[in-house]
Design a binder for this molecule. Structure first.
Ligand code: NDP
Length: 340
């Protein structure tokens, strides 16, 4: 079999680097896009600690610019489209997120179709799934659920991921010319970080470890290990399932307090500053009056939802790493890298 070459967009990112490791270890060649080639050396240096990177190359391409995308697609057998901004708080201008997410995704898809690439996997998010129902809903969320972007409580990030996935699916339907397309929709991604470029999800665990959080809000997250997210991308590339798959990357749903406990249980004294109590909702609401980042979590306060991941497990034939392993693994990696 000839070696297949996969284009990974946003290759410098937290999840993308794990995807590259997964692909290289399974015999693929990888071409990664970076906004500036300056990031290529540090990305290779990180990955070289874990595997042979001689089949990894880089190209420059920005989601907001056509330049570079046609060349990036030459000779490519599949695309993993991960690049998209994921900031911790609300941006001043929502277009800072919406344009790269939506226009960028369409730019990648158009270039892939024009270049004759047979398959694209888009990294969407549970953000595109979880905000379409009231807290009174009791049945588990599935791949059929969609975030309602007209709900004013939906943050710009949630809007960006929902609109980008919708736009991609519409494009593939109308102009995909037979492109095989699917999405991976991860929850909050835990598991080991590989270098100092840790991404927003690890900042949550970093804050726990640093003792900066006096307590945690009463909110629940769908969580998943980054190594499983990487595996899901590869399995979606190799899957014989029909085009259009929507694969939820969720091992379980946990409260913030449970995530904190899992880290404390495994790390002992190294995690002595990790919060031990929940903050009352009234206090979180009061802080939100002054803090726009805290304001974004208000719709989630007290919402202990469930997710049914059986479609993903059956279609991709994957068992998820439990959070009892992935939450401490993220904390340990942050400590090992001197980031706490
Ligand atoms: P990172 O912030 O680590 O990576 C984001 C990547 O996107 C970076 O490589 C960044 O490049 C690139 N990027 C941002 N804007 C542009 C642009 N205009 N043009 C080209 N590249 C750009 O995030 P994650 O690894 O955590 O996330 C990767 C994907 O997974 C995103 O699509 C995110 O929405 C999704 N996701 C993440 C979850 C999580 O918990 N981490 C959960 C669910 C989904 P640069 O290095 O130059 O900034």
């Amino acid at each position: 079999m000839t070696e297949q070459t996969i284009l990974v967009t946003g290759v410098s990112g937290f999840i993308a680097k794990h995807c590259v490791l997964e692909l290289l270890k399974h015999g693929y060649a990888v071409r990664g896009t970076v906004r500036s080639l300056g990031k290529a050396d540090e990305t290779r240096a990180t990955l070289s600690k874990h595997c042979d990177t001689s089949s990894l190359s880089f190209v420059e391409a920005d989601l907001l610019d056509d330049e570079g995308w046609a060349a990036a697609m030459e000779g490519i057998d599949g695309v993993l489209h991960l690049a998209s901004p994921f900031p911790a708080g609300e941006p001043k201008d929502p277009n800072e997120l919406l344009r790269p997410a939506v226009e960028g995704t369409l730019r990648v898809l158009r270039a892939a179709v024009a270049g004759g690439v047979p398959r694209v996997i888009q990294t969407s998010s549970m953000a595109a799934v979880l905000r379409g129902r009231s807290q009174a809903a009791t049945t588990p969320f599935t791949e059929h659920d969609w975030t309602d972007v007209d709900n004013p409580a939906v943050t710009s990030y949630y809007r960006s991921k929902t609109l980008a996935e919708r736009a991609a699916r519409d494009f593939v339907e109308s102009d995909g010319r037979g492109l095989h397309f699917s999405t991976i929709n991860p929850g909050l991604v835990l598991g080991p970080v590989l270098d100092h470029d840790i991404g927003t999800s690890a900042e949550v665990v970093q804050t726990f470890l640093s003792g900066k959080a006096p307590g945690v809000p009463r909110i629940w997250f769908s969580v998943v290990d980054v190594r499983d997210v990487a595996r899901m991308h590869r399995l979606a590339l190799e899957s014989s399932e029909p085009s259009g798959g929507r694969y939820l990357g969720v091992s379980e749903v946990l409260s913030f307090l449970e995530v904190a406990r899992l880290i404390r249980d495994k790390l002992g004294v190294a995690a002595s500053k990790v919060p031990r109590r929940e903050l009352p909702n009234f206090l979180v609401r009061a802080v939100a009056l002054f803090n726009p980042t805290v304001r974004t979590i208000l719709p989630d306060l007290g919402f202990a939802f469930q997710v049914d991941n059986s479609h993903t497990c059956n279609s991709l034939k994957i068992d998820f790493i439990p959070a009892a392993e992935s939450a401490p693994a993220m904390a340990e990696s942050l400590i090992e890298l001197g980031l706490v």
